[in-house]
Design a protein around this ligand. Structure first.
Ligand code: HAM
Length: 428
């Protein structure tokens, strides 16, 4: 019986994996320049972390988590997102005690959500994310959005837009909550059973319900912007002022609530506007989460961050027909004439690799012609030929495939000659 890959997961195969490496490398470089350090947290956590952190009325927690009991009957969950784990680690390692705040952390790794798979939505996906914890300053919010955007921009994406909103502080949220309850209550029987539960528990979640999203009362629901306290409105204005000065264009969307409970003040999403993109257009989501660290047992430490999946990023690149400049060149192919020289071709292949060249040889006992064909197909820059007769004299042949010239050299000069030729090639 053939065993297939689980639904909602993919094998990232050669040809594709190079794109992933490239994207990850670009993101890492951007984080490095912005002085973010990598954090690697476990793939599974105590279920309670996400119930408390992400919120127990969210779709993620109620419907989408991969939760299991371990052998000691403790409830564990494959992480559906990274922020709760990073906040937990911030508390666990007392990063709040560090002189320099905010703690600037980035991560890259698989997340798991039991969702209905479709284009741009998988059950296992990889998020690149960043969190800045310990400071509330509109400059950090604006920097975070610019940071997320710069990953897309550096990869060449153009058809993207930043959408922002503010969910305000606790007082704003409470006032908005009351208004939402009043708005939905008379007709709540028209909504799904989840929304009926959400009405009293967390009416904001009705706004991002996947079942009732087309209900007319969603479009006419009271907007959070009308309930922002003066302080919240001022903070939001400051964030926008920073975005204006750093020349990051944005559009405001007062209906954007995000699907996780920890947000307050700034929320944002980056969307693809490319025509070739599928139905799900959100590439990246983020926002401020003051209170999350306290919720997890730490001191008041406001935070802000974002996460984007590599899957959607690559889909956006494909939609804009952007090819990544992935280098896959072969410097040296070592051809052996006769089976007796096989150990020497291996030795020369390894020596070239040790010196920093990409190098390959034949493993199929091909004839010389066949080996040259392979070297050609692989686009080798140099072909090194080892024959029994030359070998007896300690000689090998190096052929420069770009110029077609070849020369016989002493085997002891092999690496030095390769280096010289490559240098000449680069300076020509
Ligand atoms: P989120 O909006 O749930 O936020 O997810 C962020 C991003 O992860 C999405 O914009 C999308 O790119 C990707 N994503 C989510 N679910 C899937 C899926 N099933 N398949 C493929 N990609 C997916 C968070 O996760 C927050 N932790 C973001 C954050 C960090 N907020 C503050 N800091």
């Amino acid at each position: 019986m053939k065993i297939h890959i689980p639904r909602g997961t993919v094998d990232i195969m050669p040809g594709e994996s190079e794109k992933w490496q490239y994207v990850e490398h670009v993101a890492q470089e951007i984080f490095k320049r912005a002085r973010y350090s990598e954090i690697r947290t476990p793939i599974f956590e105590h279920t309670e972390l996400f119930q408390k952190g992400v919120g127990d009325t969210t779709d993620i927690v109620t419907k989408e988590m991969y939760t299991f009991n371990d052998r000691k009957e403790r409830s564990m969950t494959l992480r559906p997102e990274g922020t709760a784990s990073v906040a937990r680690a911030y508390v666990e390692h007392k990063l709040f005690g560090q002189v320099n705040q905010p703690a600037k952390l980035f991560y890259c790794g698989p997340m798991f959500r039991y969702e209905r798979p479709q284009k741009g939505r998988q059950r296992q996906f990889v998020q690149i994310g960043a969190e800045a914890i310990g400071v509330q300053d509109p400059a950090v919010d604006a920097e975070m959005m610019a940071l997320a955007l710069s990953i897309y921009q550096e990869l060449g994406l153009k058809e993207i837009k930043l959408v922002i909103n503010s969910l305000g502080d606790k007082t704003s949220r409470l006032a908005h909550r009351e208004a939402l309850i009043a708005h939905f209550k008379p007709s709540i029987h028209e909504f799904c059973s989840d929304c009926q539960t959400r009405l009293e528990k967390n009416p904001l979640r009705i706004l991002d319900c996947k079942v009732d999203h087309a209900h007319p009362l969603i479009a006419t629901a009271p907007s959070i912007i009308d309930f922002l306290t003066d302080e919240s409105l001022d903070y939001y204005t400051q964030v926008k002022r920073h975005l204006d000065v750093i020349e990051v264009p944005y559009v405001e969307d007062a209906t954007m609530v995000r699907g996780l409970d920890y947000y307050n003040h700034t929320t944002f999403e980056i969307m693809s506007e490319s025509k070739g993109f599928g139905a799900i257009t959100t590439l990246c989501g983020g926002g401020r989460y003051n209170g999350l660290v306290e919720e997890l047992g730490g001191p008041a430490s406001p935070g802000v961050g974002f996460a984007m999946s590599i899957e959607r990023l690559l889909a956006a690149l494909a939609a804009e027909e952007i090819t990544l400049p992935i280098a896959n060149h072969l410097d040296v192919f070592v051809v052996g004439v006769g089976e007796a020289v096989s150990p020497i071709t291996l030795k020369l292949t390894l020596a070239a690799r040790k010196a920093g060249f990409t190098a390959e040889r034949d493993y199929l006992s091909k004839k010389v012609k066949g080996q040259f064909k392979t070297a050609d197909r692989e686009n080798a820059r140099f072909v090194v030929v080892v024959g029994e007769e030359e070998l007896a004299e300690g000689l090998i042949v190096i052929k420069d495939m770009t110029t077609g010239t070849q020369e016989k050299i002493a085997m002891s000069d092999y690496i030095a000659t390769l280096q010289k030729k490559q240098h000449e090639g680069e300076t020509n």
